[in-house]
Design a protein around this ligand. Sequence first.
Ligand code: BGP
Length: 480
Amino acid sequence: MWGGATAANQFEGGWNLGGKGLSVSDVVRAHFDTDVKNYEKHTSITSEDIEEALKHLDDEVNYPKRHGSDFYHHYKEDIALMAEMGFKTYRMSIAWSRIFPNGDDEIPNEEGLQFYDDVFDELRKYKIEPLVTMSHYEPPLNLVLNYDGWYSREVVDFFVKYVETICTRYKDKVKYWLTFNEVDSMIRHPYTTGGLVRDRFEGKNFDEVIFQAMHHQFVASALATKICHEIIPDSKVGCMLTKLTYYPYTCKPEDVLEAQQMMRKTYAYSDTQVFGEYPAYLLSYFKNNGINIRKEAGDDEVMKTYPVDFVSFSYYMSSCAAADTTGLDITPGNTILAVKNPHLETSAWGWQIDPIGLRISLVELYDRYRKPLFIVENGLGAKDVLTEDNQVHDSYRIDYLRKHFKCMLDAIIEDGVELWGYTSWACIDLISESTKQISKRYGYIYVDIDDYGNGTYNRYRKDSFYWYKKVIANNSLDFE
Ligand code: BGP
């Protein structure tokens, strides 16, 4: 299933239209003046930041996720362009706060439900299968301010109600679902993923807070799988992990061990969702760090009984790990900083380009889980130039994709990996999660706005658009 991916919090816009409530992402400010490689600045949100954002509800310039790429008003045109490329599938997310504006509402927002009905109908018109993420950095803000986000057990119940609502409403329209985007990302950006604001937990072990919130998401994810299967018997529900890939910097056993430990930090969360229980090494981590998770009776059983049907992941880059990093170059990756690999090139944002790492990831995940895999994010964030005649010559993107596709094919053909599909991130330009810039562009389709939201919002096909169309039509790279 070839296609592309987006997420409402970065793409949809219409943040205050159609009865939508505020989500965590609507109050995240961009920092246009800082080093784009400085993640800390972009991800650590304080109560003061939120208060400030609430005073500026007319500001879309400094809060770019509010306008995104305005899919809200462009969905027909965007889906037609996806169809023109031959998409078989489109990964998107439902904004929870469009359905339950405050998260704890008694009844859902009909206008919000209708919006996604319209989107799914439009996709059906072109026989594009939706793959829907239930929660992609979109917890309703009210759940942060009045419940402390996913730290609160009550949020599990609110999520369950939301899942029941969307599964019932879209039971004839959506078969493929993902529960939480990059569930592991809670450890790197606890606010966006879990609605956790550090200063609200003074006096508490914040690491414990994060794992408690994550436990709630694991239980909620298992319950969502159960609900989905009950309401839509032929549905498939997947987990979604950030596939970070670490190589030992040298063959010194100390570096190999360090890389293994780093990889386990990546796998801990998909291990839990696939095997339905916490892996021994995560339990050891809890014990050794004084982390006590509060569980309710039945949690373990729920997690064990309703594991995911397939494993989806994002893959952009790889990194190195060393026991002693003194004197080594450090470079950014997907919300991480890690040791630079001297054998790889980097993107303009410092991410290390590694197609073979994708094959390695596919093999490792398939050997580990023996479940079908789905690559739901992969792509190159680059600075594109729109020419005077509205073209974008993005040969660098084609080059990145071609090399990754070749490795994907090798994984399927040589290594026997069962890969259901591939949705590149992001098929249409949108606001970057880490830097809040649209100038970090990923799309096959250019959206004519700048980082401040100035522009026409017109869509233009890039060179990669025509290339991807050929890949899909041929279902191979042989046409080149
Ligand atoms: C993933 C997220 C996406 C996304 C992507 C690219 O981790 O699921 O939401 O944005 O990374 O990252 P960025 O936008 O920081 O370039």
